[in-house]
Design a protein around this ligand. Structure first.
Ligand SMILES: NCc1[nH]cc(CCC(=O)O)c1CC(=O)O
Length: 313
């Protein structure tokens, strides 16, 4: 007698606690909702091995490149990425077959003594390696000092206890997935700080010709999330901003009088303190890419190109 064979998918993941946790969450959903076996395969990336500034290694894309190579080689069948780390340029050999429902996209402050942004003393030292967070923090005019830091969530929060910084800015989604959301001392309103395009969302990528895996993954796809991040990433691509550019964007789907509407807000800042450009646009979720493109063109006309030229020099 033969037992039916459950297919086994090999899921490639980075080794960080956050990457393993979010890959594990996708693996669990595949097991319970798609009836497949999943094996996690850890892949070490240059971004994990080195503590050099990310910009010197080609930005966040370094985390993605090694996973994509493993996919193309056939070492793994799917990879789970943080969508905000995924370059906007697609790899023609691969496809993002699922974007599951997004986690909270907002940034948080984790600060000593329970401090919120408004309670930070003049000259407080706030750690972030993100030009987007730095530019928006400066634009709040709080008189705080930005300290460049990177490393995994644990390392960054550890700088507070070590007395090196008074607080750090992080994505709430990462803390939630790690079960550490209660360490945030303030969840920052997107009115003050817009998240990175795609923040809080995951992308499940596989080979473009792997129909069986594409079909399985499609069950995890969330239409509203896909529309929202499509608008955000289309804006980013049209601005021709790299992933380290000071660009924030957040799209939300809301029920309007004539069905669902997509509402996109975006900011282009500048770490040296030039005024930021903030604009918004609305449209149909089915036209998400066009909404993002249109908003980017408006922002460029308002001077976003000059801001970004400063940022990259
Ligand atoms: N920059 C690295 C990164 N990439 C994805 C997340 C977690 C949040 C997410 O899924 O967007 C983080 C950590 C952070 O920004 O605090």
């Amino acid at each position: 007698m033969t037992t039916p064979v459950r297919p086994t998918l090999r899921l490639g993941t980075r080794a960080s606690a956050l990457a393993v946790t979010q890959s594990g969450m996708i693996a669990d959903r595949l097991r319970t909702e798609c009836d497949v076996d999943v094996e996690l395969v850890t892949i070490s990336t240059e971004g994990d091995r080195s503590s050099a500034p990310l910009a010197s290694m080609g930005g966040q894309g370094v985390f993605v490149a090694a996973l994509r190579e493993a996919l193309v080689r056939g070492d793994v069948d799917l990879a789970v990425h943080s969508l905000k780390d995924l370059p906007t340029s697609a790899d023609p050999r691969l496809t993002v077959a699922a974007i599951p429902r997004r986690e909270d996209p907002r940034d948080v402050l984790v600060a000593r003594d329970g401090l919120t942004l408004g309670e930070l003393p003049q000259g407080a030292r706030i750690g972030t390696g993100s030009p987007r967070r730095e530019a928006q923090l400066r634009a709040l005019g709080l008189g705080v000092e930005v300290v460049g830091i990177r490393g995994n969530v644990d390392t960054r929060i550890g700088r507070i206890a070590a007395g090196e910084v008074d607080g750090v800015l992080l994505a709430r989604a990462g803390l939630l997935r790690l079960g550490r959301a209660d360490e945030a001392t303030e969840v920052i309103d997107p009115l003050q700080m817009l998240p990175a395009p795609g923040q809080g969302a995951l992308a499940c990528e596989c080979r473009v010709d792997d129909d069986a895996t594409i079909q399985l993954l499609q069950r995890l796809d969330d239409g509203d999330t896909r529309a929202a991040v499509t608008a955000e990433r289309s804006l980013l691509a049209t601005l021709e901003a790299g992933c380290s550019a000071p660009v924030g964007a957040l799209a939300e789907i809301a029920e309007g009088d004539h069905g669902d509407e997509l509402w996109l807000r975006a900011v282009v800042g500048d770490v040296s303190g030039s005024p930021t450009i903030r604009l918004s646009a609305t449209g149909l979720p089915s036209e998400a890419a066009a909404v993002g493109e249109r908003l980017a063109v408006e922002m460029l006309a308002e001077g976003a190109d000059a801001l970004m030229a400063v940022a990259s020099s």
